[in-house]
Ligand binder design. Sequence first.
Ligand SMILES: [Mg+2]
Length: 176
Amino acid sequence: MSNFKVKLNKIRAFAFDVDGVFTDGQVLATENGDLLRSHNAKDGFAVRVAVINNYPVAIITGGSSESIALRFIQIGVPKEDIYLKSICKLPDFEDFLKRHNLSADEVLYMGDDIPDIGILKSCGVSACPADAVNEVKDVCQYISLYGGGKGCARDVIEQTLKIQGRWADATEAYSG
Ligand SMILES: [Mg+2]
């Protein structure tokens, strides 16, 4: 079993970047200035399962659109765990740890670009999508086989809950 899988046993919470993780990184700029993003339902389901099973999930993004917050509120993430306009991300990550009484090594973080490196270097399990930038891949313990917007968040949540023996029970209510 890889070191990555062993480390997943310790994970009690997740934190994610948005653009390039829950999306493929593209934003559709509309005439009124809104930015539209396409999310993956498989990722959304995994986030919902994690939250319901008492794994706090933080969303830490440089994006500012309220639509980002609404998307994650709809799948169960409390508003206070959604950090928009997070340019320097590490202080927001530390705020999340403090509010949930977590240590950094109990959190898996996934990001795809340079603003994520500070958190990736300080969290317990650092992960990135298959199409993350090279600087991020260089510091990550795990590179998903799935790209941004293609199920990479689902990948790490599912692997974590499975290795902890929680996935089957956590998803049973949805499988009937
Ligand atoms: Mg990103």
